[in-house]
Design a protein around this ligand. Structure first.
Ligand code: TYD
Length: 397
């Protein structure tokens, strides 16, 4: 089977790609524009001098990312800076600039290799269509995912999550070979769960710019199934954790701060609850949806590990051997959802079993950041956009 995985250099995407390559004979086409959260190192063992491609439509890519960048106050000012940024994302790799037909080139590479990585934006419809014509299944992870950044500036969230998904869905209309299109949504589309666990048929009530953009395309994907017969299956996973998560999210942020003996910025009282799902379990659940998910349906993927943020932070301090005095209660996130909770009986009816020990996976994850300091230090030291956002956001708190 050939899979087209969008956002495959990101946290959940790259973990899914690795899981799939280790457990199946699939071939993978990875489509990722390498915005700040896409990290090629996540997949370095699968990349070589011939399977990393930048299509000739890169001019479009540059102009799209530039447009997105221009709206962010901390972003790069011009095209040459954007080129510089992309060059730095590709450092240590040797990409091929594709002048000829992307479709033929990818087809050729897949005759010998299991992986092709295409550096392009999902907003580039020509690229989407060429790659989709070669694929049996699409798994669409590509998205801006950090709630704090969406509160800071929602623009990129609309461009990538809404317009990007729309472009992919349009491309799917023009091909006849797709068996399934798995749209990765989120449990955040329901809004916060006060006193209940949401089921798939519950109303969507997103409460921040990120989740509202995701809710829009969750329903747009559904509409493209109803209207055009695209074989959509929607996945709504809860908060993921694991290795390679970009150091802006709760667990990596707190682990890294603890390791550096810096204050840990807990929003408000820290009593907000999240349901933590191990990233490999997300990958296994998506396997199941590829195999047995009913077309046109949405499925919750729960971790069934609901924890208050403060208890997660305390656990991190315990594992890293740091003092609780490092906990710093800071100004809360506006529109903060106090609790996420979903009912996963629908996917369980498909045969889903989640039997991992949370504490064990959690400890493994924190230790991964302890042992892979090079991975996150490179981001902390080199990613100018990341640095600027973190400074601007946390200075306000
Ligand atoms: P996050 O990892 O950003 O995921 P999401 O907002 O999508 O759930 O945040 C998880 C929880 O941790 C959320 O309630 C916000 C909180 N949080 C902090 O208290 N401090 C921080 O520095 C971060 C990044 C998150």
């Amino acid at each position: 089977m050939i899979l087209l995985v969008t956002g495959g250099a990101g946290f959940i995407g790259s973990n899914f790609v690795k899981h799939r390559l280790q457990t199946t004979d699939d071939k993978m086409i990875i489509l990722d524009s390498l915005t700040y959260a896409g990290v090629l190192d996540n997949l370095k063992e699968y990349l070589n001098d011939s399977n990393l491609l930048i299509p000739k439509t890169q001019d479009d890519l540059l102009s799209v990312t530039k447009q997105i960048g221009e709206r962010l106050s901390y972003a790069v000012p011009d095209g040459s800076a954007e080129l510089k940024r992309l060059t730095s994302k590709l450092e240590g790799f040797n990409p091929n600039y594709v002048e000829s037909d992307l479709y033929d080139m990818v087809k050729d590479i897949l005759k010998k290799d299991k992986v092709v990585f295409v550096v392009a934006n999902i907003i580039d419809s020509k690229t989407d269509q060429a790659l989709m014509r070669l694929s049996d299944v699409v798994v669409h992870f590509a998205a801006e995912s950090h709630v704090d950044r969406s509160i800071f500036d929602a623009d990129a969230f609309i461009k990538t999550n809404v317009y990007g998904t729309y472009t992919l869905l349009e491309a799917a209309k023009n091909v006849s070979n797709l068996k399934k299109f798995i749209h990765i949504s989120t449990d955040e589309v329901y809004g916060h769960a006060i006193g209940k666990s949401f089921k798939e048929a519950d109303p969507l009530n997103p409460r921040n710019p990120y989740s509202s953009a995701k809710a829009a395309v969750d329903r747009m994907a559904y509409a493209y199934h109803q209207t055009y017969g695209i074989p959509i299956v929607i996945a709504r996973p809860s908060n993921n954790f694991g290795s390679n998560q970009y150091p802006e999210k709760l667990i990596p942020v707190m682990t890294i701060k603890a390791l550096k003996n810096e204050p840990l910025p807990v929003y408000g009282d820290g009593r907000q609850e999240r349901d933590w799902l191990y990233v490999e379990d997300t990958a296994r659940a998506i396997d199941l949806l590829i195999k047995s998910g009913k077309i046109g349906e949405a499925y919750n993927i729960a971790g069934n590990n609901e924890r208050e943020n403060i208890s997660i932070v305390r656990k991190i301090l315990e594992i890293t051997g740091r003092s609780e005095k490092l906990i710093d209660h800071v100004k809360d996130r506006p529109g903060h959802d106090v609790r996420y909770s979903i009912d996963d009986s629908k996917i369980k009816d498909l045969g889903w079993v989640q039997d991992r020990d949370f504490d064990k996976q959690f400890e493994y994850t924190v230790n991964w950041y302890i042992q892979n300091q090079n991975w996150w230090e490179k981001i902390l030291n080199k990613d100018q956009e990341y640095k600027a956002f973190m400074k601007a956001w946390y200075e306000e708190r």
